[in-house]
Ligand binder design. Structure first.
Ligand SMILES: [Zn+2]
Length: 124
């Protein structure tokens, strides 16, 4: 389950970003974008987060996962289709001459911090 490693690096980058921004407080909510072609299983990611986040961020941090469709552009018929999973065939004409766009992202979209709650990281 490589989601564990992904969550670990996500949590690391959360701390890094807060440190860089000089924000101290309890992280209440994280918004993450997971593309359908990223190979990340959202449920496994959520599970790993549930296991790992209390120690890293404190209890009760909410994880919100957004998925974003990928697109495939067909080089034969020109159709642009939104796809929810990896495909090698144009859904319109069946051509194999397609180009995939996007969908591989695993991105931290936003961090919500309660700065009035001092049980986060002490300032470095
Ligand atoms: Zn096509």
């Amino acid at each position: 389950m490589h989601e564990v490693a992904l969550v670990e690096s996500l949590l690391e980058s959360v701390h890094e970003q807060l440190r860089e921004a000089g924000i101290v407080g309890r992280v209440r909510r994280l918004d993450v974008i997971i593309g359908p072609l990223s190979g990340v299983v959202p449920e496994a990611f959520r599970f790993a987060f549930k296991v790992l986040s209390p120690e890293s961020l404190g209890p009760g941090c909410e994880l919100v996962i957004h998925t974003r469709p990928a697109r495939c552009q067909c080089q034969s018929c020109g159709a642009v289709s939104e796809i929810a999973e990896l495909t090698y065939v144009c859904p319109v004409c069946g051509s194999h001459d397609i180009r995939l766009e996007g969908g591989r992202e695993l991105m931290l979209q936003s961090i919500e911090v309660d700065e009035n709650d001092p049980c986060g990281d002490p300032p470095a």
